[in-house]
Design a protein around this ligand. Structure first.
Ligand SMILES: NC(=O)C1=CN([C@@H]2O[C@H](COP(=O)(O)OP(=O)(O)OC[C@H]3O[C@@H](n4cnc5c(N)ncnc54)[C@H](OP(=O)(O)O)[C@@H]3O)[C@@H](O)[C@H]2O)[C@@H](O)CC1
Ligand SMILES: Nc1ncnc2c1ncn2[C@@H]1O[C@H](COP(=O)(O)OP(=O)(O)O)[C@@H](O)[C@H]1O
Ligand SMILES: [K+]
Length: 489
């Protein structure tokens, strides 16, 4: 899994790569620029587009100059805007690229930029090199860039955004940030959505072994990481091997949540799925998910007969006693979502009773209900880390780039998913998937890695087809295609 390192460590990462691959730092910059240009030319942007590139004196500016040179070669009309007073302080690779500005590419001061003259702005003013608060002049440059109403594409980071911390000043408001090698931590913070826009991570050929030389408990989960976590089943596998799972979900008026979680667990591969529901609601489960079984609140339930239990979707807030019964009678990790989390928030003494290794799946609102308000995402993540380590629990903090917070302190950002997933019931589907993988014998870590990534992938597939019309059931329908895409049978 890709390690997310600090912005201040990028220079060392570059140096180690240059030595390891026997290339020059100029060649590494060229590689970054080529990967950007390759991405850019695949966007639906006409060759007649007029492109403005703001470039600073550091290596971020060097990237911009190289990008400008290469885009000019592709036939784009390029106008460079320098964001410094004197040419004497350029970084060495920026200087080399400055000397290579081709004939036909205009170069002016940022002050001369006229927004009406362009179709697109590339922001390569500042990257990971920013230290401390943005200086006065830099703030003016950022405002100038932000005055452009069209598409703004940030190179590596929107200028002004610190790489690892929350930002307290105005930065470039990019529509898309194209970042090199690994996502800079601050691009993953929800409070930076208006600066980072969409995020694209481009591989520039830095081997994983180089990242391993840095200490970091933040990771980025990609499709290639999944294969190692999936179990394989053999020819003689029977439904018992695929797990017996129990979903404690649904109440009067909220049976849809139970159905979504149940269908999702079946589609994720569970052999036997039972739903614990109010007896009055038996028909709704039987008629909508005939493959599932139902048990009822008043009956004697042998919780230990199940391989995994997921609790919460549509449960209702009056199920404290039931929740305690599960905790007292089931010693293995459970999945806790939705109303189960609200019951926990109201009764914090229950934290100590949750089986070790369990998975709590709050969205930001539920996280706040459980643990209070945080000024920044980094503070929230630090709290989550301490909570997970001290209680030996796992937490899936849902949202764009869902964070899997493991009980050993590691925090893994998911890369799959799309904005169309922000619709009712999509979280219930995740509960079904996580419970299903646990029931199939996956460790909590493997269940979260496979479940969270694949949930996002199914969401992307459904979103591609249904765009903003997507509903949670569409995501369930795409679970089979997500298995196929991952090559998991
Ligand atoms: N492996 C990778 O990812 C690769 C990374 N690469 C690229 O290198 C970039 C990093 O380049 P970098 O280190 O030269 O820093 P960069 O962002 O250009 O900024 C330096 C400038 O910022 C200025 N400055 C500082 N603080 C400031 C403030 N508060 N307010 C205002 N200004 C401030 C500082 O001024 P000074 O303090 O020196 O006066 C200096 O001029 C990285 O983002 C990526 O694009 C690729 O080329 C290759 C592979
Ligand atoms: N903008 C987004 N980008 C990617 N994924 C998202 C986005 N918004 C929501 N999601 C995902 O959709 C799911 C929504 O879950 P949740 O808020 O619990 O929904 P519900 O309670 O309606 O079931 C989560 O898995 C979350 O990560
Ligand atoms: K930038």
């Amino acid at each position: 899994m890709l390690r997310i390192i600090k912005g201040s460590e990028v220079a060392t990462l570059d140096e180690l790569t240059v030595v390891h691959q026997r290339i020059s730092s100029f060649e590494l910059m060229e590689r970054a620029a080529l990967s950007f240009v390759n991405w850019f030319t695949n966007q639906a942007m006409s060759k007649s587009s007029r492109v403005a590139i703001f470039f600073g004196p550091g290596n971020n500016g060097g990237d911009g100059l190289a990008i400008g040179r290469l885009l000019h070669k592709h036939g784009y009309s390029i106008h460079l805007f320098s964001c410094f007073e004197s040419n004497s302080g350029l970084s060495s690779d920026c200087q080399k690229n400055f000397e290579l500005i081709p004939f036909g590419v205009l170069n002016s001061s940022w002050k001369e930029f006229q927004k009406e003259d362009f179709d697109c702005v590339i922001d390569s003013f500042l990257g990971v090199g920013i230290r401390g608060e943005l200086r006065h002049q830099a703030k003016n440059i950022v405002s100038k860039i932000n005055s452009f109403p069209g598409k703004k594409i940030a190179v590596d980071l929107p200028s002004g955004l610190p790489a690892d911390t929350s930002c307290l000043w105005e930065c470039v408001q990019a529509d898309i940030t194209v970042t090199f090698a690994f996502p800079k931590l601050s691009l993953l913070f929800p409070e930076h959505a208006k600066y980072s826009g969409e995020m694209v991570v481009l591989d520039i050929g830095i081997p994983d072994s180089i990242y391993e030389q840095f200490n970091s408990y933040f990771f980025f989960l990609r499709e290639i990481d999944l294969c190692a976590f999936h179990k394989t089943f053999h020819r003689f596998s029977h439904k018992g091997d695929f797990g017996k799972v129990l979903l404690v979900a649904g109440s009067k008026g909220k049976m849809g949540a139970a159905m979504l979680a149940t269908k999702s667990a079946l589609r994720t591969g569970s052999g036997l799925v039972t739903c614990l529901v109010p007896e009055d609601e038996r028909c709704s489960i039987h008629s909508s998910v005939p493959e599932a079984m139902a048990v009822f609140y008043d009956s004697e339930i042998n919780f230990s007969a199940y391989d995994s239990i997921g609790i919460g979707p549509g449960l209702g807030l009056d199920k404290l006693v039931l929740l305690e019964r599960v905790f007292d009678n089931f010693p293995y990790p459970v999945v806790l979502d939705a109303d189960a989390l609200t019951i926990l928030a109201r009764n914090p003494y229950l934290f100590a009773k949750i089986p070790k290794g369990s998975i709590l799946t709050p969205h930001l609102g539920e996280f706040e209900r459980l643990f209070g308000n945080f000024e920044s995402h980094i503070d929230r993540l630090k709290f989550a880390q301490d909570f997970c380590v001290s209680h030996q629990l796992n937490l899936v903090l849902k949202g764009a780039n869902t964070v899997i917070c493991l009980s050993d302190g590691r925090q893994i950002f998911n890369s799959s998913g799309c904005r169309h997933m922000a619709t009712a019931g999509v979280g219930d589907v995740l509960t079904g998937m996580l419970t299903s993988f646990l029931g199939q014998g996956y460790s909590p870590e493997a269940a979260m890695i496979c479940g969270v990534f694949q949930h996002g992938l199914a969401g992307e597939l459904a979103g591609m087809e249904k765009v903003r019309s997507m509903i949670a059931s569409d995501l369930i329908d795409q679970i089979p295609a997500s298995f196929k895409k991952l090559g998991v049978e």
